[in-house]
Design a protein around this ligand. Structure first.
Ligand code: SAH
Ligand code: SF4
Ligand code: F3S
Length: 449
């Protein structure tokens, strides 16, 4: 494929985000920026003049998916869109991507996407358009203000990057060092989102609870202080945050779960393994016991909190007995939901060079056992909410006419039939039944009176 076959001055675009919620956020900000440049979202993604693949490098599978997607962008008649690879694969592989996939016109890293308009111009002129800089001045200052949102929920990145260097993980290399955005930039963005109709904000960071900054009076603050300040925005009804690291779970943040009603009773706190030797080899710098103590304290403050976690099975050298410790910590922690993954060796990370990589069949078996346990707990957690009356924030239409779907405080999807209500409404519902992945609710008669 010749590079000249792509449109030179794209008018329409399509952003496809892979990976974590921060990529979703970045994708939205790219779209808003291109919108202010006069470009419009393509009605049909396959007809877009410019396709931005906002990629994830976390596991090998995620990367393979990107390359197969690039291949599929060439249409049957031989034409293709201008193709930009953004996100963590762009950062990790840089111009290497263009050697592997010649149809890629633009490569732009997660800290450089504010320069996308310039890169589009360059690519249109047939010039080199690769930018994986991590400039000192943050991209956030260069991006346009938030516009009106289509949904009542929004993500807001408050910090980015990671200094933890878990031995299996690429994120410290693809996202760079931990950097917190300023108090005022975050408050301003939150207010703009709420003015644009948002009622629930999820604060994002690779280690979101490591956020630190100074408030408008020059006092040092952590994420708890920030959440309390955001809670003062009257029309903002709910605050969530993800992902947290156990070592950054401050007493202040734990306390905020006890007395800040807008802070939702949900905590995603990955532990990765239940075995201390593996945790040490992973460089997690917490133990199974210290992790359990943290969640115990959070539960003292907020007994109904729903916990979520991430797990890796088959880390190099993991024995059967060490894997059993992971099942044990799952039993002890009682998660409402979890993500679990087979270990994937990533180029440039210390664990990729460790001895005793685990065979795929062993990993498959461990993952199946872990997921069976996690699913059982998820069903139990969902069943335990049947009979409760709770608020839900209606987020989207359901499958059938009159149906709307919202989230409970514990992040469960709740389906209600309520033709008289609209997306963005907060309603009180009685939970009447539960499945593994969603609940059914009825508008509460208590409130209707
Ligand atoms: N910053 C977050 C998570 C970032 S990545 C944290 O530390 O909690 C999301 C999840 O992907 C991780 O929690 C981990 O469970 C998983 N993960 C990261 N690297 C991986 C790898 N090399 N193989 C398999 N899973 C991995
Ligand atoms: Fe990766 Fe560990 Fe950082 Fe999470 S804390 S992003 S798993 S290095
Ligand atoms: Fe993936 Fe990068 Fe997020 S590697 S998980 S998109 S930080």
């Amino acid at each position: 494929m010749n590079r000249n076959d792509a449109p030179k001055t794209p008018a329409t675009f399509h952003v496809k985000s892979f990976g974590c919620q921060m990529n979703v956020y970045d994708g939205e900000r790219m779209a808003e920026m291109l919108g202010t440049q006069g470009m419009t979202v393509a009605a049909d993604g396959s007809e877009a003049d410019l396709v931005i693949l906002n990629t994830c490098h976390i596991r090998e599978k995620a990367v393979d998916k990107v390359y197969s997607d690039i291949g599929r962008l060439t249409r049957e008649d031989g034409t293709r869109p201008m193709i930009a690879v953004a996100g963590c694969v762009a950062q990790a592989e840089g111009s290497e991507i263009q050697r592997r996939a010649r149809s890629v016109d633009i490569v732009v890293g997660p800290q450089a996407y504010h320069r996308l308009p310039d890169l589009i111009d360059k690519a249109g002129r047939g010039e080199d358009a690769v930018d994986t800089d991590m400039p000192l001045a943050s991209k956030f200052g260069a991006l346009p203000a938030r516009t009106k949102q289509a949904r009542p929920t929004a993500f807001l990145t408050i910090m980015e990057g990671c200094d933890k260097f878990c031995t299996y993980c690429v994120v410290p290399y693809t996202r760079g060092a931990e950097i917190s955005r300023s108090w005022s930039a975050i408050i301003d963005e939150a207010k703009a989102l709420v003015d644009g109709g948002v009622r629930e904000i999820t604060l994002l960071g690779q280690n979101v609870n490591a956020w630190t900054g100074e408030d408008d009076k020059g006092r040092k603050q952590g994420m708890d202080g920030l959440a309390r300040e955001l809670a003062r925005i009257p029309d903002l009804k709910r605050i969530r945050y993800t992902t947290s690291h156990p070592n950054d779970m401050s007493e202040g943040l734990i306390a905020a779960h006890g007395d800040e009603p807008k802070l939702m009773p949900f905590l995603h706190l990955p532990v990765q393994s239940g075995n201390n030797r593996i945790l040490k080899a992973m460089n997690r710098s917490h133990s199974a016991e210290s992790y359990l103590r943290i969640i115990e304290r959070v539960r003292e403050m907020r007994p109904d909190i729903a916990l979520s976690g991430d797990f890796i099975v088959g880390f190099p050298g993991e024995t059967d007995a060490e894997f059993e410790d992971t099942l044990k910590i799952v039993e002890q922690a009682r998660y409402a939901q979890c993500y679990s993954f087979k270990y994937s060796p990533r180029p440039g990370t210390p664990a990729a060079d460790m001895d005793h990589q685990i065979p795929a069949a062993v990993m498959d078996d461990r993952l199946a056992r872990l997921q069976a346990l996690i699913n059982r707990h998820q069903v139990e957690f969902n069943s335990a909410t049947v009979g409760r009356t709770t608020d839900i924030l209606l987020e989207r239409k359901g499958r059938y006419p009159g149906q709307l779907i919202g989230k409970s405080p514990w992040l469960q999807s709740v389906v209600v039939t309520a033709p008289e209500l609209s997306i963005g409404d907060m309603v009180e519902v009685d939970i009447i039944s539960a499945g593994p992945n969603s609940l059914a609710g009825e508008i509460s008669r208590r409130k209707a009176a």
